[in-house]
Design a protein around this ligand. Structure first.
Ligand code: 13P
Ligand code: SF4
Length: 316
């Protein structure tokens, strides 16, 4: 039995995590929405697509996925022989939860000839019912690859789906899921901010509501937004996505002025409560105990692998 949470105050968690990583040949993969300390200790920080690729490339014996459940599941689908752990197994996702497998099977049955494109933010059980997976950075490319004469179901994010439909001109049948973080931004407050800061550019993640995306000057995945802030000559940005991305923006584009898009309520609703369940202490404990472990049945894993692998093949 290792130290308890109370006695951890005397530990240098950064050093302990590094030591455990070496000792166990472990790798830490972290999403941009993780707290800054976790991003700083990670071996790789990225968006959903980059993290799936990093998981596929990994030679580590132990993968600690600092993200949410569906992401760790993705790593396990791609790495059946490796142990995948998540700092907090309760780190879910409102989008993923909005799409229960039985209800989705009934929905799908109404469109037997349609291709099923599922956003990676869904459970393995939904992936297993899909023809191909996409992320926010390749969704347009993936949909464009589907033959023109075929109908398409897009699940579970209706906002990303509507955005992809608009960009590709394809008629998508949308599952009506949303992300609790990206639907929270207040258009009214953003308009007020734009009046106050006319030189600021509004940049947004495609999980945001269509009316906000209409106003956004740049739309992209977390990685795309980060790359834009780094390379753009513009100095000021209103950032409409989870606030965790600001950490990398501040590190990689020092001097740029970043204004987090304000939520509707006076709350910290632009923080993903699921992503933020992971803490540095839990990363340490998970590495130390090699738990909680993410497991999947072989049958489900094999069914979910096909569409995920198709996405990786289609997005090289
Ligand atoms: P990306 O990392 O693909 O931009 O997705 C953001 C997200 O909401 C992950 O949950
Ligand atoms: Fe899910 Fe939204 Fe959190 Fe991403 S930010 S993990 S989509 S709830």
């Amino acid at each position: 039995m290792g130290p308890t949470l109370a006695s951890m105050v005397n530990l240098d968690l950064f050093e302990e995590i590094k030591r455990l990583k070496n000792e166990k040949n472990a790798v830490i993969l972290a999403h941009y929405y993780q707290e800054p300390d976790i991003q700083d200790i990670a071996d790789f920080v990225g968006d959903s697509l980059e993290l799936a690729r990093a998981a596929q490339r990994s030679q580590a014996d132990l993968i600690l996925f600092a993200g949410v459940h569906f992401m760790a599941e993705g790593a396990k689908i791609l790495n059946p022989g490796r142990k995948v752990i998540l700092p907090d197994l309760r780190a879910g996702c409102s989008l993923s939860d909005s799409c229960p497998p039985d209800a989705f099977a009934r929905f799908r049955a109404k469109y037997p000839d349609h291709w099923v494109v599922s956003y990676i933010n869904c459970s393995a059980a939904i992936k297993a019912q899909s023809d191909v997976i996409c992320t926010s950075s390749n969704a347009i490319k993936i949909v464009e690859k589907i033959p023109q004469d075929r109908g398409i179901i897009f699940a579970p994010d209706r906002n990303l789906g509507a955005y992809v439909a608009k960009k590709t001109g394809r008629d998508l049948v949308l599952w009506q899921g949303t992300c609790i973080v990206h639907e929270t931004f207040s258009e009214r407050k953003i308009i007020a901010l734009k009046v106050q800061h006319p030189d600021a550019q509004l940049i947004a993640h495609p999980e945001c509501e269509p009316s906000l995306l209409e106003r956004a000057e740049v739309i992209g995945s977390t990685s795309a937004l980060l790359a834009h802030v780094i390379s753009s000559p513009i100095q000021k940005f209103i950032v409409a996505t989870e606030e965790g991305i600001l950490h990398q923006m501040r590190k990689k584009a020092p001097g740029k002025i970043l204004i987090p898009a304000p939520p509707n309520q006076n709350c910290a609703c632009n923080e993903c409560p699921f992503m933020k369940l992971n803490t540095l202490e839990k990363v340490y404990q998970a590495l130390r105990d090699e738990a909680p472990e993410l497991t999947l049945s072989d049958d489900l894993r094999e069914k979910a692998l096909k569409p995920l692998q198709r996405m990786l093949d289609w997005s090289v």
